[in-house]
Design a protein around this ligand. Structure first.
Ligand code: ADP
Ligand code: ZN
Ligand code: ZN
Length: 803
């Protein structure tokens, strides 16, 4: 007897396993694998995914039967089924959550409640409540109490029942199209009539020539130079037949660019390219780490490799960390491959995303560029996966399922026997260490691609000294100020970085040091100048800025922190006539504003581009000869073992924006910790030296990449019960783990209270632990079963931070 295993669309502990269903007769000959199906579950219907088709010996047990299939085509292929199975176990997530993360949102079902007549009901009720139908959608708010009582009574009597249906959201947007309704012969016959106008004749001749083609009315009118009303008449005369065609909404189509061609590679690039191409052509499953300094031409290598991969008849996937950080990259990809690229990111509408997904699945699109979730694009026959800026933490999803795009990419590359290319000027320590061990092949590019372009000259300004010298707390050292003035005189440009990692503006009492905190979360409130309020970034709590200190009564409540707005005003007052534009979250909120700021800056409308992290990455402007870092230290002291790595990365990346063309660049880093190794080595732009120092520190403290880490967190509304729960977790796992596995905690998390919930954590550090996965899986199932209802447990493999 043929049966199917179905994962139902209900992310709970109890339903995190396949359920077996019988197949109805009319679907017996149909390959159900990967299909969405509607299945009875308890007293209702749920949507589910067929993850296996099995042959079961006919038994006398009573199996429930699939009710219907949802789509004409399966939506999960073999690869996706296997991937979801592996990934769910790897990241300790429910399989259905992984499946949902892999698919476009439009596939997520919405359940509609309905009422259905099954017995004898009065004609009047049928009219008033059911509007003449047998079944209606049920929205409780549409009925008055009397009607509600009546409905409940009829349900009790078994005359009507409640139903649930799955809403079909994935309707592609369609347009009306026209095609010839008559045969060519019939059309020619019509042409003979003497009553035909010129316009009608044109139309008939055209239709006879294009028998099976479809046109929109306006399009047809434009092609033939006739009026839309002629076409409407033709439709009325039954010459034309109308139908609906799906309209695809491809976001890349709106980016207009001039096509570019491959350029001759530099010696560095050529050597890297040759090695990768050899692997792609051979169909080797191999991973390369490309460590190329900023401006070494990594993007050009990507583009040429993609071109070759497509020429081999394979497909290619290019991942970027964040769309906002990579507008120039997307333009370059689009300029090379025009409309054969799909762009996938979280800013797309559900409809756009679905369209792209279908085009990729149907093999119409062979190149995909996108952010984290694009790693699940349903490409077949993948030849090459590129992860640009592979060190970026955006590749890790912070919520369930907590997957890392790199892990998924490596899995898929293995499945397709494909090449993975990880690119960065500052590789993550994990990847660089794997290259050291020979798991990845290390490739390097040590020179800038543009001939004559060299790495910029970098100096560090000691701000402690500046403040002492000037007796002020200015944001600008005389050195930086002079350099900016110089560029203004020379008609060159500057980029200024205001580092705000893990940092926001807040208010503080200068008298007693009081800082307003959120009552629900233990974080300080962020100052918002535009709304003149203090807000909690976690829970949205808002209050007015106090005039007096609630603790000491002083009026000395002042703004702390450097916002781009304030720094911009300062610079405007210090240098007359300086033309400055800000690039931060505030100035780029409006759609298209990011593109506009960057294109205006490229068109030399401004002398200075001042911004947050957004200016640090990916930008390529030939006239930028100065980069200034206003505050290099922010982020150095976060309670995070990666803070050195993050600081090094940011400074190296931003320094890389200077002197990308013939003109030599200069970088000025202002710092209160000029002797810090991360800042010094970033100034030297010496990744390899940084890698060695940082590895030493990680080794001493048993951190990644020497150890893997897992964070187990428990949260709940009651502090005492939650802390008890984490102790139980600790007691549960400790005896089962390998003796060499290090258990840190339990401790409160760095942000111990969030949205009125208390958080506790345990950190595991391990090298090889045979028992770990089983222990954590049973922690998640058997153990978590016994936790009280509003206590949540989460497991994060390789967390990006412990905060
Ligand atoms: P990266 O991504 O490594 O920072 P890019 O790919 O942005 O570097 O290249 C830096 C600059 O060098 C760009 O302006 C690019 O157009 C140019 N470039 C890249 N490859 C070549 C080449 N082979 N010949 C000339 N210019 C090149
Ligand atoms: Zn005070
Ligand atoms: Zn809050």
């Amino acid at each position: 007897m043929k049966t199917v295993s179905v994962i139902v669309d209900l992310p709970t502990r109890q339903t995190n396993q396949p359920f077996t269903y019988a197949i109805p007769d009319d679907l017996l000959d149909f390959d159900l694998l990967g299909h969405r199906v509607r299945v009875p579950f308890g007293r209702r219907f749920l949507m589910g995914y067929v993850v296996a088709v099995d042959e079961k010996p006919a038994g006398d047990f009573q199996l429930k039967t699939i009710e219907s299939i949802v789509d004409k085509q399966p939506i999960l292929n073999h690869e996706m089924l296997a991937l979801s199975d592996w990934l769910a176990r790897y990241v300790f997530s429910y399989r259905v959550q992984v499946i949902q993360a892999m698919l476009p949102n439009a596939f997520k079902p919405r359940y509609l409640k309905g009422l259905k007549i099954v017995g004898d009901v009065s004609k009047e009720l049928r009219q008033t409540i059911f509007l003449g139908n047998d079944e209606i959608e049920f929205l409780a708010k549409n009925y008055d109490p009397q009607q509600t009582a009546m409905i409940n009574e009829l349900i009790r009597q078994g005359k009507i029942v409640q139903t649930t249906t799955i809403e079909k959201k994935n309707k592609a947007k369609t347009v009306k199209v026209l095609s010839a309704k008559l045969s060519a012969g019939e059309l020619s016959e019509l042409l003979k009539s003497r009553r035909r106008s010129e316009a009608q004749k044109k139309l008939l001749i055209f239709l006879a020539d294009h028998e099976n083609a479809f046109f929109q009315s306006k399009e047809l009118a434009d092609i033939l130079g006739i009026s839309v009303s002629t076409i409407a008449t033709a439709e009325k005369n039954n010459w034309l037949e109308k139908s609906q065609m799906p309209l695809t909404r491809n976001p890349v189509k709106n980016i207009s660019v001039k096509k570019t061609e491959a350029v001759k590679l530099t010696a560095d690039q050529q050597s890297v390219f040759d090695q990768l191409l050899a692997s792609i052509t051979k169909g080797e499953n191999k991973t390369f780490l490309l460590e190329g300094i900023t401006g070494s031409g990594k993007t050009e290598v990507y583009l040429q490799l993609i071109e070759k991969t497509i020429a081999e008849g394979k497909t290619a996937l290019l991942l970027v960390p964040e769309i906002a950080l990579t507008p120039q990259m997307i333009r370059r990809v689009k300029a090379r491959f025009l409309d054969s690229v799909a762009l996938i990111h979280s800013g797309l509408s559900d409809g756009q995303r679905l369209d792209q997904w279908e085009e990729i699945r149907d093999g119409k699109i062979k190149i995909v560029i996108g952010t984290r979730s694009a790693v699940f694009s349903p490409l077949s026959n993948i030849g090459l996966i590129i992860i640009d800026e592979e060190h970026e933490t955006n590749y890790k999803q912070e919520d369930n399922p907590r997957y890392h795009a790199r892990d998924v990419a490596l899995w898929r590359a293995k499945y397709h026997k494909a090449v993975t290319l990880l690119g960065s000027a500052t590789p993550s320590l994990e990847s660089r260490a794997r290259a050291q061990k020979g798991l990845f092949q290390l490739l390097t590019m040590k020179h800038r691609a543009v001939s004559g372009a060299v790495l910029p000259k970098v100096s560090i300004v000691d701000m402690r000294e500046v403040w002492q010298r000037q007796h002020t707390d200015s944001d600008f050292s005389p050195e930086l100020l002079d350099a900016i003035k110089q560029r203004q005189l020379n008609h060159e440009q500057s980029i200024l970085l205001l580092n705000r990692r893990g940092f926001s503006s807040f208010v503080m009492c200068r008298n007693c040091g009081y800082v307003p905190h959120c009552p629900n979360c233990n974080v300080s409130l962020t100052l918002h100048m535009d709304s003149h309020s203090l807000n909690c970034h976690y829970c949205g709590y808002e209050e007015a800025i106090p005039n007096t200190c609630p603790v000491c009564g002083s009026h000395q409540i002042r703004y702390v922190g450097t916002g781009t707005e304030k720094v911009a005003a300062k610079l405007n007052s210090l240098i007359t006539g300086i033309k400055l534009v800000r690039l931060d979250q505030d100035t780029t909120r409006k759609k298209g504003s990011l593109e506009k700021i960057l294109s205006d800056f490229a068109a030399r409308k401004y002398d200075v581009l001042l911004g947050t992290q957004m200016v640090a990455k990916g930008l390529d402007f030939p006239d930028v000869t100065l980069v200034g870092v206003i505050n290099a230290d922010v982020g150095l002291n976060l309670p995070d073992y990666r803070s050195g790595e993050k600081t090094f990365e940011l400074l190296t990346q931003v320094a890389g924006r200077a002197g990308r063309d013939q003109k030599t660049g200069e970088v000025i880093i202002q710092s209160f910790n000029p002797d810090n190794y991360a800042i010094k080595l970033a100034a030297d732009q010496n990744y390899e030296a940084f890698y060695k120092s940082e590895m030493l520190l990680r080794h001493l403290a048993d951190y990644p990449p020497y150890f893997y880490t897992i964070q187990i967190a428990v949260s709940g509304p009651d502090q005492f019960l939650t802390s008890q729960a984490i102790d139980q977790v600790s007691a549960f796992i400790r005896p089962q783990l390998d003796p060499k596995t290090i258990v840190l905690g339990p401790t409160p998390k760095a942000i111990a209270k969030l949205r009125n919930r208390y958080y506790f954590q345990i950190i595991l550090k391990y090298k090889a632990d045979q028992n770990l996965e089983n222990t954590l899986t049973s922690l998640q199932t058997d153990f978590a079963e016994k936790l009280s209802k509003n206590i949540y447990l989460s497991i994060d493999r390789d967390p990006v931070s412990f905060i």
